[in-house]
Design a protein around this ligand. Structure first.
Ligand code: KIV
Length: 280
């Protein structure tokens, strides 16, 4: 059955942890959906994991729509959350509503996610008013790396933690249905999770959140770059791919691939005539 905002709310109230993974294409979406992952995030992390940029800042609306639509085609049950890319919502409330609408209409997402606290509450309110569910994103928000001076854990001082908690409350009051907490101390995430009635989804924010999200290339050992501390590798698929490539190269070179089971036959009489004609 298709997961909805109501399903996730129910999971929070029942203490049933929500699972979210990033996803950027049709076949991976089909697999994650089959596995029963509750929600798939077309994160702007695709800028790094799929497109090879050094950060998420160059990702465009067209990139997000393209990947979101592919994921939506592959996922029957998972709720589809699509990131609003850098500068698609910061400039004006009007931009935010128009671009959120495109992610729903063209990208077939069920919810949009945007980064920021009190500063983006007018955008959240307007998008929700346009009947589009919103997921907030607080803490180590990658679109602000230039302001942060790099990928740094946020909310470590008393003041910074209090600001984060207040921001979370404001994002909820603005109408968000869920909030991602990234790269913040676990005790701060635990307070936010207790204080909010909407679900919190943690990434580098401890086990007290209502759910967890991971970038799938991190959790499957497929990303060549630096791996953050919170990114547990659940299976080394990267190694499986390398081994499969080794085997493919070997079998192609020694002509054991393709084997009898991988080729198309022809009528033996036709084959005989062809061979005679072409001196085979
Ligand atoms: O872009 C992304 O993948 C994200 C997650 C890290 C939460 O925003």
């Amino acid at each position: 059955m298709k997961n909805t905002v109501a399903t996730l709310m129910k999971q929070k109230t029942q203490g049933d942890k929500i699972t979210m993974l990033t996803c950027y294409d049709y076949s991976t979406a089909s697999l994650f959906d089959k596995a029963g992952i509750n929600t798939l995030l077309i994160g702007d992390s695709l800028g790094m994991t799929v497109l090879g940029y050094e950060d998420t800042l160059s990702v465009t609306m067209e990139d997000m729509i393209h990947h979101s639509a592919a994921v939506a085609r592959g996922a029957k049950n998972a709720l589809i959350v699509c990131d609003m890319p850098f500068m698609s919502y910061q400039v004006s409330v009007e931009d935010a509503v128009v671009n959120a609408g495109r992610l729903i209409k063209e990208g077939r997402a069920n919810m949009v996610k945007l980064e920021g606290g009190a500063d983006v509450c007018p955008q959240i309110e307007a998008i929700v008013k346009a009947t589009i569910p919103v997921c907030g994103h607080l803490g180590l928000t990658p679109q602000s790396i230039n302001a942060f001076g790099g990928f740094r854990v946020q909310g470590k001082s008393l003041e910074a933690a209090k600001t984060l908690i207040e921001d979370a409350k404001r994002v909820e009051a603005a109408g968000a249905s869920m909030v991602v907490l990234e790269g913040i101390p676990a005790p701060v995430a635990a307070i936010i999770t207790k204080e909010l009635s909407i679900p919190t989804i943690g990434i580098g924010a401890g086990a007290e959140c209502d759910g967890q999200v991971l970038v799938y290339q991190d959790m499957l050992g497929m990303f060549p770059g630096k791996k953050p501390k919170f990114a547990k590798v659940f299976a080394n698929v990267g190694e499986v791919i390398l081994n499969a490539c080794d085997e493919y190269i070997k079998e192609t070179k020694d002509s054991t691939f393709p084997g009898e089971e991988n080729i198309y036959a022809i009528d033996p009489e036709v084959e005989k005539e062809l061979n005679a004609l072409y001196n085979m």
